[in-house]
Design a protein around this ligand. Structure first.
Ligand code: ATP
Length: 255
C-alpha cells in the first residue's frame, strides 16, 4: 500500500483565524476510493478546494506522493497530479466534447489514444464528440468533466458532488466507472457524495464530516453493514426532529 494523499491537522476556510474545517487528518493509498460524506455545510467542498490549492489552507499540511504542497498553489498542485472535478463541472460550454478533451491532453501525439481510453470509460460520449458541451445532458456533462480530469492522468482525483442534478439511475452507472478507473490506473479518488449507500458500494473507506470536523471514519464495508453509525454521525446531538432528521443512511440520499 502506497500513500498518495496525506493531510495532517488541516484547517480550511475563507477567513484567516476562522476555519470552518479543523484538525483534519486524511490518508489515501493509490487505487483507493474515499467517500467524504456529511450534511450540508459540513465543509466537504471547502476541503476539496483547499486540497486542490484553489483556496489557501489556514493550517496543517498536505502531501501528494510524499511532496508537500504549497498552500494556495493550484498550479503546483495540478503539476503534482491532484485534479479536481468541481461541482459546477466547469466545462467550456461552447466548445465541443472533443475540444474539451483535447485541451486536457498535453501531448498531441497521445491525443487519439487518450481520447479512446476515456471513451472506453464513457462510451456514451463517442457519438457526441462534435456536440457542444453546453448541449449535453447533465449525465453526459458529468462524464465529460470526469473524462477531462482523467485525460490529465491524475494521481489523485477529487470529485465534488458527482451526482448533483443527476437522476439516481445515472449515478448508479457512473460510480462503478470510478471504481474501474481506480482499479485500472491506481488513481486515488476522493468522492464527495450525497448518495451515501451508492458511494459506500464503490468506496474503500469513508469519513463523515460534521461542523468542520471528522466525526467518523472506517472501512466502507464496515459502515455499510452498520448504517446507524453514519446516521448518528450526521445527526450528532441534533436530535430535535424539528431541526430536520436526515434520511437513513440505508436510503439512497442523506443530505
Ligand atoms: N465562498 C465562501 N465564503 C465564505 N464562507 C463559505 C464560502 N463557501 C462556503 N462557505 C461556508 O463554509 C462552510 C462549509 O461549506 P461547504 O460548502 O464546504 O460545505 P459542504 O459540506 O460542501 O456543503 P454542501 O453539501 O451543502 O455542499 C459553510 O458554513 C459555508 O457557509
Amino acid at each position: 500500500m502506497t500513500t498518495v494523499l496525506r493531510c495532517d491537522d488541516l484547517a480550511a476556510g475563507y477567513t484567516k483565524g476562522r476555519p470552518c474545517v479543523r484538525g483534519l487528518d486524511l490518508e489515501l493509498n493509490k487505487g483507493e476510493i474515499l467517500a467524504m460524506l456529511g450534511p450540508n455545510g459540513a465543509g466537504k467542498t471547502t476541503v476539496l478546494l483547499t486540497l486542490s490549492g484553489l483556496i489557501p489552507s489556514l493550517g496543517g499540511s498536505v502531501e501528494v506522493d510524499g511532496t508537500a504542497l504549497k498552500s494556495g498553489d493550484a498550479r503546483g498542485t495540478s503539476r503534482a497530479g491532484l485534479v479536481l472535478v468541481p461541482d459546477n463541472r466547469a466545462l467550456f460550454t461552447t466548445l465541443t466534447v472533443a475540444e474539451n478533451l483535447r485541451l486536457a491532453v498535453s501531448s498531441r501525439r497521445r491525443w487519439t489514444s487518450e481520447r479512446d481510453r476515456i471513451l472506453n470509460y464513457f462510451p456514451g460520449l463517442r457519438d457526441r464528440l462534435k456536440v457542444a458541451a453546453g448541449a449535453l445532458s447533465g449525465g453526459e456533462q458529468q462524464m465529460l468533466a470526469i473524462g477531462r480530469a482523467l485525460a490529465q492522468n491524475p494521481n489523485v482525483l477529487l470529485i465534488d458532488e458527482m451526482s448533483m442534478g443527476l437522476a439516481p439511475v445515472i449515478v448508479e452507472r457512473l460510480l462503478p466507472v470510478m471504481r474501474q478507473v481506480a482499479d485500472d490506473t491506481d488513481t486515488a479518488i476522493v468522492l464527495v457524495e450525497q448518495h451515501v449507500a451508492l458511494a459506500l458500494e464503490v468506496a474503500d473507506t469513508a469519513m463523515v464530516l460534521r461542523h468542520g470536523e471528522k466525526v467518523l471514519e472506517d472501512d466502507a464495508d464496515v459502515l455499510k453493514a452498520d448504517p446507524l453509525r453514519i446516521e448518528q454521525a450526521y445527526l450528532g446531538d441534533d436530535t430535535d426532529p424539528e431541526g430536520g432528521v436526515p434520511a437513513s443512511a440505508t436510503a439512497d440520499t442523506v443530505t
